[in-house]
Design a protein around this ligand. Structure first.
Ligand SMILES: C[S@@+](CC[C@H](N)C(=O)[O-])C[C@H]1O[C@@H](n2cnc3c(N)ncnc32)[C@H](O)[C@@H]1O
Length: 120
């Protein structure tokens, strides 16, 4: 298995595909900016650093399929607005799943985007 794993430690925004073939999917756990999101009613994606639009754009440059791990309080309407802004002509299905802690509280949400996840 280890021959199939390659670790690349670099700025994600500078990532260039070294594989010479399509990348099946991108999984991202971007920085939420510390624990202050816990006390905010709604997590504001515009506060994310690096800039969330750049993260989104770069992800879809790398692969057609993107999985994002985001705070549970993410505003899904804001997320859709971002997707529309970055890709005005793109039609994307979003599948949203909650991630549950052992204590039964919801930690975050997983967003699945792209044709790989259109299983309906
Ligand atoms: C929410 S944490 C993810 C932690 C990871 N999921 C884990 O379980 O260890 C966000 C991570 O993104 C990294 N990061 C921030 N900006 C980055 C960038 N431009 N390129 C690559 N990684 C970055 C941070 O260093 C941090 O480790």
């Amino acid at each position: 298995m280890k021959e199939k794993i390659r670790f690349i430690n670099n700025d994600f925004l500078e990532f260039k595909n070294p594989f010479g073939e399509n990348i099946d999917l991108v999984f991202l756990s971007p920085p939420w900016g510390g624990s202050s999101y816990l006390s905010e009613g709604v997590y504001d994606l515009s506060k994310m650093k690096p800039d969330f639009k750049r993260i989104l754009k770069k992800s879809f440059e790398i692969s057609k399929n993107v999985i994002l791990f985001l705070p549970r309080s993410t505003d899904l309407n804001q997320l859709c607005d971002y997707i529309d802004t970055v890709f005005p002509s793109k039609s994307t299905y979003l599948t949203v799943e909650s991630v549950i802690y052992e204590t039964s509280s919801i930690l975050g949400i997983i967003i699945y985007m792209g044709p790989l996840f259109m299983v309906f």
